[in-house]
Design a protein around this ligand. Sequence first.
Ligand code: PXP
Length: 251
Amino acid sequence: MQPIGTLRLGVNIDHVATVRNARGTAYPDPLRAAEIAEAAGADGITAHLREDRRHISDADIEGLMASLKLPLNLEMAATAEMQAIALRHRPHAVCIVPEKRQEVTTEGGLDVARQENRLGDFIAPLREAGMRVSLFIGHEPEQIRAAARIGASVVELHTGAYCDFHYEGAHDKRDAELARLAEGAALAHALGLEVHAGHGLTYETVAPVAAFPEVMELNIGHFLIGEAIFLGLDAAIREMRRLMDAARAAG
Ligand code: PXP
């Protein structure tokens, strides 16, 4: 079983690339954002190379692999193309996510239970090449158990619904979702999986998730890049770090 320990922050830099790509310019540079994130106390950088390359590009991944000092967590779909890219670059970690072309963002978790054999075969060479393999899933026990069975090291629990309920003012639903996330984190930990969480987290929603003792890493992007417009990226990340650490310390 993984020891319960400190909470890491992975900063997702996808939306720096979204702003760049909106104009087709060379700036703002996601790599520069990664350097600022490192100085601000991030423990890792996350980047999602989507099939349609709507934000992060192949050249971004090459640049990050060449000069990033922090560990890179490459988010990707379970496709042959992405598997080959991961095997070529060998980032510290890969996080397998479901991907639909039309979606605005990753809408739900992977259905590991229904594709156990396929995903098991997909992650085997990544694990053998030394990458930490994470599966982005919901909190359903059958998904967590399936992730453990196929040999994932990590599950990242999808916090999107919890955050949506918070901002919709549906506080009963939010609290029920949070309770299911807590149960999922405890089950995953008991099964020997390292537990991460992410999607949609903000200053208002991060604390209860950061307080789950089993969660070892939060991956946060969109809100931080938005907040950077007002505070600057360094200050936006430092504030998130402060809120996470305070919530973890308070239990
Ligand atoms: N974790 C995973 C697996 C994701 O796909 C994303 C979004 O790319 C995030 C975390 C970060 O979500 P957000 O950008 O909403 O903070």
